[in-house]
Design a protein around this ligand. Structure first.
Ligand SMILES: *Cc1c(COP(=O)(O)O)cnc(C)c1O
Length: 337
């Protein structure tokens, strides 16, 4: 198979339209059989529930080429399960989890020419999502939905080397107790946009959110979970309002089972962040981005950046993903050669 003629190493994290995407429609209480389409534009009613009341959720995962030339993706069953929980919270019909994985596989296969080659550092980002598509003016859930999967090639996250991030403790909150912080809803991102624009204007890479009930505990950033390392121990905040990152859950397994580290998942107080040697953000996009500094209103806490703990975790998880290190059962879904 001939690859597209792209300069893989210089791709950014931008939408590039690829050849085919998957679509399935929900109507009269049932999903249709679904198909691949070349139509990247979606005509919907002006009063569609997603446009008026933001009834939408999404997922994000990646496909890539392993050392031995296979196209694979990483734990898509967990994305399927997480989307099912997002749908339940947003009163949307679940797209069956086995069909979700099949739709991901079909979409990647249909765009195999867009999967970056091994060693390029680039990957194929996969975006499954769902939205209420029929006209709704009184506040209630839609009757009709569309589930879609598109893919877009994205460049290496750390272009020109890894630069530790500078983040700030946010004055705004991300998630309310008993709210929607634990599901991947578009609405969680809409309300974070002004804060991230402001953070960038002030010279920060990200906002670190506190628990909104007491503002004494660390939660996560707008789009990544947080890990701390001290000695042989990995500590990660536990809270009902944190989005359950698949990368974080995988790193916990890697820390325990591959690296013999101790792992604590527990509430982490803002007051204790100075006790850790390393800190990083974890998510599909970068796997782990090391943090250099957390700024809490002028009180600076410094970390080792890509220190030995984060480096080990990063090397082991990316080694598993790229097929250089044996993966736990079921982690790697082979899509093609
Ligand atoms: C998607 C997301 C993450 C990262 O989850 P992964 O499954 O590791 O990609 C973390 N926090 C938030 C708020 C997210 O939306």
């Amino acid at each position: 198979m001939e690859k597209k003629n792209l300069d893989w190493g210089s791709l950014g994290f931008n939408y590039v339209q690829t050849d085919l995407r998957y679509v399935s429609n929900y109507k009269d209480g049932a999903w249709d059989e679904g198909c691949l389409t070349d139509q990247a534009v979606i005509p919907i009613n002006e009063c569609a529930c997603v446009l008026q009341y933001a009834q939408t959720c999404f997922e994000g995962l990646k496909a890539y080429t392993t050392e031995d030339g296979k196209i694979v993706c990483f734990r898509p069953d967990l994305n399927a399960a997480r989307m099912a929980s997002s749908c339940a919270r947003l009163q949307m019909p679940v797209f069956p989890e086995d069909r979700f994985v099949d739709a991901v596989v079909q979409t990647v296969r249909a765009n195999a020419q867009w999967v970056p080659p091994y060693g390029s550092g680039a990957t194929l980002y996969i975006r499954p999502y769902m939205f209420g598509s029929d006209a709704i003016i009184g506040v209630k859930p839609a009757n009709e939905y569309q589930f879609r999967v598109f893919v877009t090639p994205v460049g290496p996250y750390f272009k020109g080397g890894i630069k530790p991030l500078t983040v700030r403790i946010s004055d705004l909150d991300r998630a309310a107790p008993r709210g929607t912080g634990h599901v991947k809803a578009g609405l969680n991102y809409a309300m974070s946009l002004s804060n991230i624009v402001d953070a960038h204007e002030q010279g920060y890479d990200e906002n670190v959110y506190l628990d909104s009930a007491t503002r004494t505990h660390i939660e996560e950033t707008g789009g990544a979970n947080i890990i701390f390392i001290q000695g042989n121990k990995l500590v990660t905040p536990k809270s009902d309002t944190i989005l359950p990152s698949i990368t974080r859950r995988s790193l916990i397994h890697v820390a325990r089972e591959y690296l013999g580290m101790e792992v604590e998942e527990r509430p982490v107080e803002l007051a204790e962040i100075g006790q850790f040697a390393e800190c990083g953000l974890c998510g599909t996009a970068a796997v782990i981005s090391p943090i250099g500094t957390i700024d809490d209103h002028g009180k600076l806490t410094h970390y080792a950046g890509m220190g030995p703990g984060i480096q080990k975790l990063y090397d082991t998880l990316t080694g598993i993903q790229m097929g250089r290190i044996p993966a736990p059962e079921g982690w790697i879904q082979v899509i093609g050669e």
